[in-house]
Design a protein around this ligand. Structure first.
Ligand SMILES: O=C(O)CCC(=O)C(=O)O
Length: 351
C-alpha cells in the first residue's frame, strides 16, 4: 500500500498513524501460536522462580545460539522466529510506507546526502516484544514507562498488535506532534516531571498543568492493526490495565547506513527471502558512527564511512517543522570530514 495524502498529512501532523487490518486471521493465528509457546515457557519459569510476575520476566529475550553469516559477522538467534515472523520483516502493506518515510529525506530520517539509489534500502535495526498477562483488580500496580524519543531520532517503528487493545487497556501512548521541535519545546516547558507523569491511570497521574497544545493520545488498535510511529515522537508505555493479555511486537527500522541499536540478525535461515535477508543485513558502509558502548572491533565493515558522509544533514530539504537526523560522529571524524571540504568525506574514509 502506498501512503495516500491523508496518511501523509496525518503522519506529518501527529508523528504516528494506525494502519488498519495489516495482518489477516491466518497470519495472526501463526504469530500467536509461536507467542503461545513463549507465554507457556514463561509461566513454567515463573512457577519455579520467586520473582515479580508482572515485570521481572522479559519474554522477548534472545536465545544464546550464535551463528555466523557469509561475511563472518556473528549473530544471536531470535526467540520469536517462524515463517510468519520472517514475513513481518517486509510486510507487504508496511514496506512501501517505510520505503517512503525512511527513504525521502524530507521526513527527517534519511540524511539528505544519501544517494538516491540507497534510499529504498532501509534496515531492520532491532525488535522488541512486549507482553503483559491479563490483569485482575487485586494485582499490584503497573508503573508503565517514561516518555522518550526526540526530533533528531532517525528510526521508525511498526507496532503490530496480536491482540486487540481497548480504550482503557493501556499500552502504546504518545504526545501528539512532539516529533516537531517546536511542539517538543512546549512539552519540555511544562513544570514538573512530564517524562513520568504523562497519563492518568489507576496507578499514574498526569501533571495538572499539562499544555493542551500537546495532547496525550492513548492508542487503541484491533488485533492485526499496525501503529507506525516515528521515534522523533515522545512516546512510552501506559500501564497495562486490560483484562486480556497485551501481545505487541515492535519492529524498528533505520535508513541505509545509520547506526542505532544494531542487533545482528541471523541471515542464514533458508526460509528467509532475498529481500528479507537484505533488510536484516548490516549496511556495508555508514553515514554515522556506531554507539560508543558497543564493540565493533570484530566487524570492521561496520565502521566504514560512506564516501559521501557529511557532518550534518542539510535541513533545507525538510517538511515544515521537521528536524534533520542527528549524525553521530566522533570529534576526530568530524575534523577529518571538514578538512576534506564542505563536511564531505574523502573516498572510503575509515574511522
Ligand atoms: O509499550 C509501548 O507500546 C511503548 C514502547 C516504547 O516505548 C518503545 O518502543 O520505545
Amino acid at each position: 500500500m502506498k501512503m495516500d495524502d491523508a496518511m501523509r498529512t496525518a503522519f506529518a501532523r501527529q508523528g504516528y498513524i494506525v494502519v488498519p487490518d495489516v495482518l489477516n486471521q491466518q497470519e495472526l493465528d501463526e504469530l500467536n501460536q509461536v507467542y503461545d509457546q513463549h507465554v507457556l515457557e514463561r509461566e513454567e519459569t515463573l512457577s519455579t522462580a520467586s520473582t515479580d510476575k508482572q515485570n521481572r520476566f522479559y519474554i522477548g529475550g534472545r536465545d544464546k545460539s550464535v551463528t555466523t553469516d557469509r561475511h563472518g559477522n556473528t549473530y544471536m538467534g531470535r526467540r520469536f522466529w517462524s515463517k510468519a515472523y520472517m514475513d513481518l520483516i517486509d510486510n507487504e502493506t508496511m514496506l512501501p510506507i517505510m520505503e517512503e518515510i525512511l527513504g525521502d529525506p524530507s521526513w527527517g530520517h534519511a540524511p539528505a546526502h544519501m544517494p538516491a539509489e540507497l534510499r529504498p534500502l532501509f534496515r531492520l535495526d532491532h525488535d522488541n516484544v512486549h507482553y503483559k498477562p491479563g490483569r485482575n483488580p487485586t494485582d499490584g500496580a503497573d508503573k508503565g514507562g517514561g516518555l522518550h524519543g526526540g526530533p533528531s531520532s532517525f528510526h521508525i517503528t511498526c507496532v503490530y498488535e496480536l491482540k486487540t487493545v481497548g480504550p482503557n487497556d493501556g499500552g502504546f501512548g504518545c504526545v501528539v506532534g512532539t516529533h516537531k521541535q517546536a511542539n517538543e519545546q512546549k512539552l519540555m516547558d511544562i513544570d514538573g516531571d512530564w517524562r513520568r507523569s504523562w497519563c492518568d491511570t489507576e496507578w499514574t497521574s498526569k501533571l495538572p498543568n499539562w499544555d493542551q497544545d500537546v495532547p496525550v493520545h492513548r492508542i487503541e488498535a484491533k488485533a492485526g492493526d499496525c501503529i507506525l510511529f516515528s521515534e522523533k515522537l515522545k512516546h512510552g508505555t501506559i500501564p497495562w490495565a486490560g483484562r486480556g493479555e497485551r501481545r505487541t511486537l515492535f519492529y524498528k527500522y533505520v535508513p541505509f547506513g545509520m547506526h542505532h541499536g544494531d542487533v545482528a540478525y541471523d541471515t542464514n535461515d533458508p526460509e528467509l527471502t532475498a529481500r528479507q535477508k537484505r533488510i536484516l543485513e548490516f549496511s556495508p558502509c555508514w553515514f554515522n558512527e556506531p554507539r560508543e558502548d558497543k564493540d565493533y572491533s570484530a566487524n570492521l565493515a561496520l565502521t566504514t564511512l560512506h564516501p559521501l558522509a557529511c557532518v550534518e544533514s542539510d535541513p533545507s530539504v525538510l517538511l515544515p517543522g521537521m528536524s534533520p537526523p542527528h549524525i553521530r560522529l566522533a570529534d576526530e571524524t568530524k575534523a577529518m570530514l571538514l578538512s576534506a571540504g564542505g563536511g564531505g568525506a574523502s573516498a572510503n574514509a575509515k574511522l
